[in-house]
Design a protein around this ligand. Structure first.
Ligand code: ADP
Ligand code: MG
Length: 445
């Protein structure tokens, strides 16, 4: 299977990409619906997961004619030798402050994440401009720069872009990129191995410290203390600090006040979900860089349906594009819907609100919308209402309480009861099952 899949990949990808990332993979085992591939090091693992997991899965599934999951294991050789055939390109090599023995992964900037590949739209132009300003004059403009926003909106991308820019424009600059989780783990290791001095040197003697996903510091007092001093040392020396977070610093619970206030010293800016034009622009740019051409209606469909997360949008594009090039079949909206069923379902959760569900259900059962919130209890009204509650639970992020609230101020117990009841009836009564799944499909459209 693997040899056949490799041939397909070779045909699809440009030679360098294939030789760099796919030629060195070794199949280890197939257990059930899972294939285990050996990679040279964790950097390769991360890179493949970030960029090619969709494609790999797709190709393997098509080759083996059944769904296959991909798992990676890292080869157990001495980590310092680069395995044959795997020269990591110079520009993604780990750049590290002072310690010459580096562990792979950190500060390895993803060569895809540059300012050039970042699509600027109304949702992110401010964050983009701030990141550029910082990259051009580290330590001299906004310090710290604090970027926040939801998952998959480009925070890490911008951090990497800053890293690339500084490294390519300032010879000898020391740039460290680390997630706050990794920072924490390194700190713990350093304590255990009596290497605190080395740890401090590493992070306090950089010119640019890029620290990702700061929300993971929440509730960790000792690491907050350590980070506080790191921050001060760098800031006093006019070294650039850039932080990202999934929310504003003041909304992180159990984060020391003195850190929150420092994070707000410089510039705080957010990344919002992209609007439709930006989503289209991102799709066009990514498709072009993958060397694929997709019909306009398919791009439109993707941009319209996947809104909340650019990583998802990208994943969907890869999936659709690889399917098209592997099977040579013409892409239709139906095919794309089939390929992306799960993603679209997930996305649906964000765009459906309780009111839409109430309307749809009321319409279907031919009752008044007002009955969704009324106290009337005849079965022909109560049951549709319970179905609407059940669907609200399934298809929105609403809590039991907020759903109850939306159904005329009912309490969470009532909602829970309704959900259980509908579920039970679905199990014993195929017609209930049918109607619920019909409504769900309609709503997810
Ligand atoms: P976050 O760190 O905010 O969760 P990432 O930076 O990892 O998100 O972005 C997720 C994916 O979306 C990455 O592959 C990234 O390259 C891509 N991406 C995000 N924003 C943009 C953008 N404005 N233009 C192009 N690609 C983007
Ligand atoms: Mg990130």
């Amino acid at each position: 299977i693997w040899t056949a899949a490799q041939e397909k990949l070779r045909a699809m990808l440009n030679g360098d990409t294939f030789n760099l990332w796919f030629a060195p993979l070794r199949p280890q085992a197939i257990h059930g619906d899972c294939i285990v591939l050996e990679v040279a090091n964790d950097f390769c693992e991360v890179w493949l997961k970030d960029n090619y997991i969709g494609l790999l899965q797709e190709v393997l599934t098509i080759t083996s004619k059944r769904p296959l999951q991909v798992k990676f294991v890292v080869a157990t050789q001495t980590a310092s030798t680069t395995p044959a055939g795997l020269d990591i390109p110079e520009k993604v090599k780990v750049v590290e402050a002072t310690a010459p023995e580096r562990s792979s992964g950190e500060a390895a900037f993803n060569p895809k994440n540059t300012f050039e590949t970042f699509v600027v739209g109304g949702n992110n132009n401010f964050a983009h401009a701030a990141a550029q300003a910082v990259a051009q004059a580290p330590g001299k403009s906004y310090n710290p720069l604090f970027l926040y926003g939801g998952v998959g909106l480009g925070k890490t991308h911008l951090l990497h872009a800053i890293g690339h820019h500084v490294l390519s424009h300032k010879k000898g600059a020391r740039v460290a990129y680390v997630s706050s989780e990794k920072f924490t783990n390194e700190y713990i290791d350093a304590i255990q191995n009596n290497q605190i001095a080395k740890f401090r040197k590493k992070y306090r003697q950089t010119d640019v410290l890029l620290i990702d996903d700061i929300q993971f510091l929440a509730g960790k007092e000792r690491i907050q203390e350590e980070f506080f001093h790191t921050f001060n040392a760098l800031h006093e020396a006019h070294k650039q600090i850039v932080l990202t977070c999934d929310r504003p610093a003041s909304e992180i619970q159990n984060l020391e006040h003195r850190l929150v206030s420092r994070f707000e010293w410089g510039l705080v800016t957010d990344l919002q979900p992209p609007d439709i034009e930006t989503r289209m622009a991102i799709l066009r740019k990514k498709a072009a860089s993958m060397g694929v051409e997709l019909p306009e209606d398919i791009l439109n469909f993707l941009a319209n349906r996947i809104r909340a997360n650019i990583r998802r949008l990208e994943g969907a594009l890869i999936r659709v594009a690889s399917y098209a090039s592997l099977t040579g079949k013409k892409l239709t909206i139906e095919v794309v819907e089939g390929l992306l069923r799960e993603v679209l379902h997930e996305e649906g959760r964000y765009s459906i609100n309780i009111e839409t569900i109430q309307k749809k259900v009321a319409e279907h059962f031919d009752i008044r919308l007002a009955d969704m919130t009324s106290k009337r209890r005849p079965e022909n009204i109560a049951f549709p209402r319970q179905i609407a509650m059940f669907l609200s639970r399934q298809l929105t992020e609403g809590s039991l309480n907020s759903i109850g609230e939306a159904f005329g101020g009912r309490d969470h117990g009532t909602v829970l009861h309704a959900c259980r009841l509908v579920k039970d009836r679905m199990e014993v009564d195929p017609s209930v099952r049918q109607v619920v799944s019909y409504l769900e499909k309609q709503l997810l459209r």
